[in-house]
Ligand binder design. Structure first.
Ligand code: NAP
Ligand code: MG
Length: 496
């Protein structure tokens, strides 16, 4: 059952290593000596074991990051040299792109072709984009009226960053935090998700090879309530950068408030995707199906509520079901696979429970709706489409984080705006129309950090990303990300 023969020898060798924490540029075991299992979701087998970090390990890593933050090797490194380091790391990631893609695919079930041609290249682009920013973090001069003063601002690094990331895009989520934090001159302690630490641990080796000063980047593996909570509570962490569920995000915000640590939160979503009557239906169907089924629906911005104009509803539903039935679900390392297994037994059960709740509440399955043992021994679920969904049903309100979509008809634009915005979340939204007025009108009205028109799931290092409402706050990517990792200092010089 093992899939190890399908990956590069370097990946095989890496996976089977004894995985420790990466602190001050060294591999360090947990103080407790404890390890945790890391599973392959497409076989349900234990892939490898990884150090189980706790408070004492986090403390060591934070101390290393603090020391590195104050050390001249980092403090006095000029912006150009910082940019070169980031660029060198991006080059190394590029050289090892297939390895990194295979690791994410093995570890969390992402189809290899998505990892290799989508998310890992995106992580590399992001690192390069942020390398460019290292030399462009500027202040401004301010014309003050208070007297004869020269007033100017500068942006200084916020200090030691504690970064906590989810399992759905392991390498990409790490780089979204590392890039801007390092370009800004911060140092960082990163805790990857328990389900998918491997690509980030491999990245640590590339960080050493790129010759970052020791302690600038540290990685502690472990469980959220242990290693994650210790990082949030540590008095020497100046800023917590979190991506994950809204529930955990809220608890992090509470804890960080006690010592006024800076916080940025990239949280969950229940994104509406609106197909208007005048849409190019072919594009709208394939775009909307990518919008929900990409990465098994384990995407914060998954378009999980599809609203279709009632004139074209039946036709659209039929084409969507056809698409779902044709989707190639299978072993993630198979280059033909379009959708892999969900990440874990827990997530598998959660998604199946949502499917069951939808049935119980009266929705109708038009495609899928079940587990999928024929795809393999892993946590496979059929691409699932529900019709007859009411806005107040559980599947129309809660984030499922799996391959399940509710498709609902609408009558007019004003009605669909209200329904789309009736959600505690506000991460992303999709609009499909050939009418430019409708496109801009909906883009203005929807409560979402990102609106895609005639597209879904497009991302770019230069374009800001983040949520309205309970989808969090702060914007990662683009120059906005630098605001999360810098403090503004204002200086007054008396000219009299
Ligand atoms: P999660 O359960 O909130 O976990 C996220 C991270 O937080 C993991 O590393 C987790 O560790 C850690 N954690 C858990 N409890 C913690 C605590 N008490 N203190 C500190 N850290 C803690 O989320 P998930 O299930 O991994 O990821 C799915 C969620 O992420 C979805 O809601 C999704 O929408 C969201 N997401 C948002 C974005 C965005 O850009 N807005 C992007 C991707 C994902 P463990 O791994 O040990 O649990
Ligand atoms: Mg895993």
């Amino acid at each position: 059952m093992t899939q190890m023969h399908q990956v590069l020898p370097t990946v095989q060798e890496f996976v089977h290593r004894n995985h420790m924490h990466y602190i001050h540029g060294q591999w360090v075991p947990s103080v407790s000596g404890q390890m945790m299992d890391d599973e392959n979701p497409s076989t349900r087998e234990v892939l490898t074991r990884v150090a189980r970090g706790r408070e004492e390990d986090v403390h060591q890593a934070v101390q290393a990051a603090r020391k590195a933050f104050q050390h001249q090797d980092w403090q006095q490194l000029n912006p150009n040299a910082k940019g070169v380091l980031l660029w060198r790391l991006a080059d190394l990631m590029d050289q090892h792109l297939v390895e990194l893609a295979q690791l994410d695919s093995l570890d969390m079930g992402m189809p290899l072709r998505q990892a290799q041609y989508g998310t890992v290249p995106m992580a590399i682009d992001h690192m390069r984009y942020m390398a460019g920013w290292a030399t462009k973090i500027e202040g401004s001069t301010i014309p003050v009226s208070a007297g004869k003063f020269f007033n100017y601002t500068m942006r200084q690094p916020v200090g030691v960053v504690g970064a906590i990331i989810p399992w759905n895009f392991p390498l990409l989520m790490a780089v979204w935090k590392l890039g801007p934090a390092l370009a800004s001159g911060c140092t960082i302690v990163l805790k990857p998700a328990e389900q998918s630490p491997l690509s980030v641990l491999r990245l640590a080796e590339l960080i050493t090879e790129a010759k970052f000063p020791p302690g600038v980047i540290n990685i502690v593996t472990g469980y959220g309530p242990e290693a994650g909570a210790a990082l949030v509570a540590h008095p020497d962490v100046n800023k917590v950068a979190f991506t994950g569920s809204t529930e955990v995000g809220k608890s992090i915000m509470h804890k960080a408030a006690e010592r006024m640590a800076r916080v940025s939160l990239e949280l969950g979503g229940k994104s509406p995707n609106i197909i208007c009557a005048d849409a190019n239906l072919k594009r709208a169907i394939s775009g909307s199906m990518l919008g929900i089924f990409m990465n098994q629906g384990e995407v914060c911005s998954a378009g999980s509520r599809v609203y279709v104009a009632k004139e074209i509803y039946n036709q659209a539903l039929e084409q969507m079901s056809e698409y779902a039935r044709r989707l190639k679900v299978g072993q993630p390392l198979d280059p033909r696979t379009q959708m892999g297994p969900v990440v874990s037994a827990e997530q598998y059960q959660r998604v199946l429970d949502y499917i069951e709740s939808a049935r119980q509440e009266g929705a109708s399955v038009v495609a899928g709706g079940d587990q999928m043992p024929e795809a393999g021994p892993g946590f496979y679920i059929q691409p699932t489409i529900f019709s007859n969904v009411q806005d107040n049903m559980t599947i129309a309100r809660e984030e499922i984080f799996g391959p399940v979509v509710a498709v609902m008809p609408f009558d007019d634009i004003e009605e669909v705006v209200v329904r789309a915005n009736t959600s505690p979340y506000g991460l992303a939204a999709g609009v499909w129309t050939e009418n430019v007025r409708t496109a801009h009108y909906l883009a203005h009205r929807l409560d979402a950090g990102t609106v895609w028109v005639n597209a879904y799931h497009v991302y770019d290092a230069a374009a800001p990303w983040g949520g309205f409402k309970e989808s969090g706050f702060g914007r990662e990517m683009g120059h906005y990300a630098l605001e999360l990792y810098t403090e503004v200092k204002d200086v007054w010089i008396n000219l009299q």
